[in-house]
Design a protein around this ligand. Structure first.
Ligand code: NAP
Length: 517
């Protein structure tokens, strides 16, 4: 059995005790084990701060961009091998594994090109300078300087490659070294990604460290020049964001957490239209891609009340075509949940939703998977629920079931009511609305926008090029208010903000101007 290793202080370290198992979710076989027992977290942090940080800060944005491009290419060169690991450890279909891996290399490559655009600078100039005195001789200008500490990244199990890479791309481009910790259950892919980058010797010493297993006392060692990026459940986020040390030292923290994302069908969209087909296609995909284990997956589907039966029937027809099982079988289109715990939580979560809504497709229980040994594997077929009163369904608005599960909810067709109902989840990563009526969409955006990190406007005009509401593109902000964590990642240059400190310069125009040149 493989034992995963941490990479700290420029060395690979294999633990001797404290192991947690990693499973093949199709067979439940233990395929690897991971532990960070024996890692000196203080030394790991010092190495990143003292060796990796100065080396990265000595490079220009363009040079850091070259590192990112090389990293993207190195991972892409091992794509097939990484896909195989992903199939084994996450049980995903090949298509879902590619989604994770191509997301990783695509985001690294996007930030590589941004580095090229930012050019031969080591820090950024923020906005325009401004006269501060009676004349322009006394002058002010903001600069954005890289933090001199390290970035600690903790990621969720569902994107073992993309989760690591999207955070690392932003930190490295800003000039900050990375200590990354994947979720233990799917760490096989992340560990191999780090191995590939280390073997390729692309990054300066100290720019990258990996912790498999627990982070020990690492978080309590973070200081004012470090940053902490977390992706995972709201419960874990709540525990970690309040660590006394993070509060006392004003450590920069970014949280990406749960989200009860919504899809809203506009009242103008007629059955059979291109926009209606886009809506149905995307709701089905968002429910089933990666077995619904996506932070951006659609959980609540709002439909004009007179259309409930027709939309329900159309979605059930699509969901009925999904084949749940072991992706090794070529007929399978959706894999298992990642872990036994995820399956138990999924089943319990559906039972909770069923207190407010009724199941109209699927059983909400574990099923045997096609191509899998009966009784084995963490399989849950797509499950659609329906509630006939969207107002009184508190669980549907507050409980995230992290699987192929969504609930249909009626509304009266008004944008204001749809926005208010979407807001019942107290913050989403993405809300998608499907309408060809510009003024209806504009009303929704004004009322619903403050409650969403991203609003995806599905319409006939973009249908042909639509990538899907669940894709976190590096050009656009990823993160959401309230229960979604309140964080901001990606979004082009905004993605560097966590790692750059804004400093206001005040001085002579000549001196300030030179620094901002
Ligand atoms: P999780 O149980 O909260 O774990 C997330 C990460 O936190 C894992 O790496 C876990 O490590 C680590 N962790 C747990 N307790 C910790 C502690 N006391 N100290 C340090 N690290 C700790 O979440 P998950 O089950 O992996 O992921 C599913 C959740 O993530 C869902 O709720 C989903 O909505 C959310 N998610 C959000 C986004 C987003 O961008 N907003 C993206 C993906 C997923 P171990 O595995 O070693 O326990």
């Amino acid at each position: 059995m493989k034992t995963l290793r941490s990479y700290v202080g420029g060395q690979w370290r294999e633990a001797r005790a404290g192991f947690a198992p990693l499973h093949d979710p199709c067979t439940e076989e233990v395929i690897a084990q991971a532990s960070s027992d024996g890692v000196d977290f203080g030394a790991a942090l010092e190495h990143a701060r003292e060796v990796g940080g100065p080396a990265l800060r000595a490079l220009t944005f363009a040079e850091r961009g070259e590192l990112l491009l090389a990293a993207s290419k190195a991972l892409h060169a091992c794509r097939d091998e990484l896909i195989e690991l992903s199939l084994r450890n996450s049980g995903t279909t090949r298509k879902d594994a590619k989604f994770d891996l191509d997301g990783a290399t695509g985001t690294l490559s996007f930030y590589a090109y941004l580095g090229k655009e930012l050019g031969d600078r080591r820090y950024l100039v923020d906005g325009e300078g401004v006269a501060l005195g009676r004349s322009a001789r006394f002058y002010g200008q903001h600069l954005l300087l890289p933090l001199t500490g390290a970035a600690v990244h903790i990621n969720a199990f569902n994107f073992p490659a993309w989760g690591f890479a999207e955070k690392a791309a932003c930190a490295w481009l800003a000039g900050v070294p990375v200590i990354t910790k994947p979720a233990t259950s799917t760490a096989l892919v992340t560990e191999r990604c780090i191995e590939i980058l280390v073997e390729a010797k692309l990054l300066p010493a100290g720019a990258l460290a990996l912790i498999v297993g627990s982070t020990g006392d690492l978080l309590s060692r973070l200081g004012p020049q470090d940053a902490f990026g977390f992706t995972g459940s709201a419960d874990t986020a709540l525990r970690l964001r309040g660590l006394p040390n993070l509060l006392a030292k004003s450590v920069r923290v970014n949280i990406e957490a749960d989200s009860l994302n919504a899809a809203v069908l506009g009242p103008d969209v007629s059955p059979g239209s291109e926009t209606c087909n886009l809506f149905l296609r995307e709701v089905e995909r968002e429910m089933t891609q990666k077995t619904g284990q996506k932070c951006t997956a659609v959980r609540r589907v709002f439909i004009p009340k007179e259309r409930m039966d027709e939309v329900q029937a159309a979605l059930i027809e699509r969901l009925s075509a999904v084949v749940t099982g072991n992706p090794a079988d070529s007929s399978v289109t959706m894999g298992p949940l990642a872990t036994a715990q995820q399956l138990a939580d999924g089943v319990a979560g559906i039972a909770r939703l069923a207190g407010d809504a009724r199941i109209v497709h699927g059983s909400g229980l574990r099923a045997d998977g096609v191509g899998a040994t009966p009784g084995r594997g963490y399989f849950l077929a797509p499950t659609l629920l329906r509630a006939d009163d969207a107002e009184s369904t508190q669980n549907v608005h507050s409980h995230e079931v992290f699987g192929p599960v969504a609930t249909l909810l009626p509304y009266d067709g008004s944008a204001a009511v749809a926005a208010r109902l979407c807001a019942r989840a107290e913050g989403t990563l993405v809300t998608s609305v499907y309408s060809d009526d510009d003024s209806w969409a504009a009303s929704f955006v004004v009322d619903g926008g403050p409650w969403a990190g991203r609003i995806y406007l599905g319409s006939e005009k973009m249908a042909e090029q639509a990538l899907g509401s669940g894709v976190a593109l590096p050009q656009s902000l990823h993160g959401g208010p309230g229960r979604a964590g309140g964080g901001e990642e990606l979004g082009g240059k905004h993605g560097l903000s966590l790692y750059l400190r804004r400093v206001a310069l005040q001085g002579s125009r000549a001196m300030v101007g030179k620094l901002a040149d």
